[in-house]
Design a protein around this ligand. Sequence first.
Ligand code: TRP
Length: 457
Amino acid sequence: MSADNTIHGQWSSRLAFVLAATGSAVGLGNIWRFPYLAGENGGGAFVVVYLACVLLVGLPLMSAEILLGRRGRRNPMDAMRSLALAERRTPWWGGVGLMGILAGLLILAFYSVVAGWLLFYLYRSVSGWAAVGTAGLDRLFSSLLSSPLWLVGTHTLFMVLTVTVVAMGVQGGLERSVKILMPTLLFMLLLLFGYAVGTPGFGEGVRYLLVPDFGVLAERPALLLEALSQAFFSLSIGMGALMAYGAYLPKHASVFRMACWVTGLDTLVALLAGLAIMPLLFSYGLEPAQGTGLVFKTLPLAFGEMPGGRLWAIVFFLLLIIAAWTSAISLMEPATAWLIENRRFSRPLAALTAGGVAWVLGVGCALSLNVWQEYKLFDKNLFELLDYLTAKIMLPIGGVLIGCFAGWVIARRLTLAELHVPDGMLYRAWLFAVRYLAPAAVLVVFLDAFGIIGFSG
Ligand code: TRP
């Protein structure tokens, strides 16, 4: 095997990489989180700010992550470590990668529990829930959260799905699954969007989502920060998931171009999801500002009232499960690659170990919603704590450091060659973004998360 290669093999084509990285990016963040955040933050204004964050901070940082992965050709820890040594810098940079690997398992723990809710809702859609009504749906959601058996059971099932794919390897598992799942996802989303186009609320939904009313900025100062952290989460930046995927990217591909595709597709899916969901709310007279319960408590109501609603509900929850699945795979890959490269585990054993750790933590999350409800730290149960720790602390720090590492430590000729862009305006803009813009923006989120500056209260 050539020194250029990884022991895991590589993606068979650029398309395979784009599908896999898009599979990572497109997840609960796009279809569940983005619509409810937009709904809570007045629609258009949030969307415009979000798009600016994606373009100015997200795209440059994603390029940085993928280029470090491809240059380092290892798991995030060893990639950053060896790149640092090659530049005669401290190998401690590997710690950033290690933190990312851990963050991935922590995110996976609660992510898998939420994905389990989706499995439950899929099951309920198949068995039929027409005419449950608002109160019924409220009850359904809270009865799910108070049932350890359902939560742990569905979480376990989802983890088994994830481990299975990761155990089968880069080409045989990851690549094969995304090649089937991503086109299916896009097809289902277009189907749902097509349905939304025919509903009476379509025009109103589109206007709500795409025409900004910056007046809401005055009422919701946290909007800027919400949009920025949503860009991080949705694009899968800050913990090395895309670095691990970049390690399997063939040499000839332009990293910048790949990042453009993934960023563009992720944004397209978020917008399509918003455009499929908002019109339904307006058509059925529901409130867009529903918070996290949007998908679970209000959409089924719309599904219950529309003709053929049961089928649409099945399509919708399948879509979300697929999206969550391909994201979960990417959350596990860094830890799996680390175990294979450092501990000489076989891939199936590595996947099982990483999945096992995330599973145990996930069981804790599931139980923290009911039987362990009263055990709290900083007024948060384990589920909320992991969410907070990763999204608000580990991802922002990881993102700043990864961007700075690529922008300040790695030699310019190397980043130029990896990005595959001409040495001109575009490259200088990228350098400015990873060196100054992204760290400054993320610092604001970070200070806010610690309550040092109190935008989001
Ligand atoms: N981006 C995924 C989503 O939108 C979640 C995700 C997968 C993620 N890998 C990640 C988030 C890495 C942060 C870091 O649901």
